[in-house]
Design a protein around this ligand. Structure first.
Ligand code: KG4
Ligand code: ZN
Length: 335
């Protein structure tokens, strides 16, 4: 069974092809980063227009990469939420057209679940129960995937998403958009203990996180140093900021795993590409005897393969969508 997956929820026009749920055949991304960079963030109108321009050529490239024809595809999967409404509409409309024209099932994929489920392409079928940290530009939550494959949210950010915090601090210190990978790079030359930035809500007994106080603390310290005529070492700032984000996510996620009695941990979403997050989780899970499942970096950031993989799971479960499939910009992970 071949499933084509279309991802247009934010600023990547991406198409993947997955065979028999577990085998990656193609994964092609037309990135819009350069279009949005001058604005320092994703401009929804610009994103939707670029998806319109890029989607059909990206589908063609993915079919060539996968060595398949459109007529070989057994189902069309598409992200229908969460995301930017105009951007989502481009993908969903195209997917409906393709499914109708080729008389194959349409599959409506939840972008956040797809971030978790993509791991099956590299680790084989997930074997729940497990705990997952889902960290992206618009989303940060700690969830449990129960033995029956359903998701249960334990906690989430009460303000900024992790990626949003990375992007905002990067912008403040003059790094290009998107800021997460830039902070990651800069932090490698910095001392993570140079600044003692706050780790909010660590001991509040919940699995919720808060990152806006951290962001404010970084900005306040930088402004204070500027006022004092002190030149900050930006690598130290980046490393200390990154360490604070990683600390809270690591501690809360592993506490959730322990409280739920789970010994498998999945990292998912764009921020799971962060080298320090990966290294800290790897070390901690190893010493706890927990199995860490973290996809390779191209499968952490937005991609079409994750949509095809999640869609293939829906197809296997017989959950297909109708032609009236709607976009849902605020679709919950558990929705
Ligand atoms: O999952 P994703 O590709 O798109 C959304 O669904 O939002 O996540 C994008 C986010 C951006 O905020 C980006 O800065 C962040 O992931 N990101 C990183 C890294 N690579 C991407 N954050 C920290 N370190 C990285 N290496
Ligand atoms: Zn994403």
């Amino acid at each position: 069974m071949l499933v084509l997956g279309i991802e247009t929820s934010c600023d990547e026009t991406a198409v993947g092809v997955v065979e028999d749920r577990l085998t990656l055949r193609a994964n092609v991304i037309a990135s819009q980063t350069e279009l949005h960079a001058p604005f320092g963030g994703v401009v929804p109108e610009v994103a939707a227009r670029a998806h319109l321009d890029q989607l059909l050529p990206t589908i063609d490239t993915a079919l060539v990469q996968g060595g398949v024809h459109l007529s070989d595809i057994d189902a069309i999967a598409v992200t229908h939420g969460p995301g930017l409404v105009g951007a989502l509409l481009v993908g969903v409309s195209a997917a409906k057209g393709l499914a109708l024209a080729h008389d194959v099932p349409l599959l409506g994929v939840n972008h956040l679940r797809a971030h978790v489920e993509v791991a099956q392409l590299e680790f084989g079928d997930l074997d729940p129960p497990l705990v997952a940290l889902v960290v992206s530009g618009g989303h940060t939550s700690i969830v449990v995937m129960d033995a029956d494959g359903t998701f249960r949210q334990l906690g989430s950010t009460i303000d900024d998403a992790a990626g949003e915090a990375f992007d905002k601090i990067a912008r403040f210190i003059g790094l290009p958009f998107p800021g997460g990978p830039e902070i990651d790079k800069l932090a490698r030359d910095g001392d993570p203990t140079a600044f003692d930035f706050p780790r909010a809500m660590l001991h509040d007994g919940t699995y919720d996180l808060s990152l806006s106080g951290l962001k404010t603390a970084v900005i306040r310290d930088l402004r204070r140093m500027e006022a004092e005529g002190v030149e900050p070492d930006l690598a130290d700032v980046a490393a200390s900021f990154q360490e604070a984000i990683v600390d809270v996510q690591l501690i809360k996620t592993l506490r959730a795993a322990a409280d739920e009695g789970l010994d498998q941990v999945v990292l998912a979403g764009g921020v799971a590409a962060n080298s320090r997050l990966r290294a800290r989780f790897t070390a901690e899970c190893e010493s706890n005897g927990q199995r860490l499942i973290v996809p390779s970096i191209p499968l952490c950031t937005d991609n079409g393969a994750m949509v095809a993989a999640s869609g293939a799971n829906l197809l296997a479960a017989g959950v297909t969508a109708d032609v009236d499939l709607d976009v849902d910009p605020s679709l919950a992970l558990t929705g």
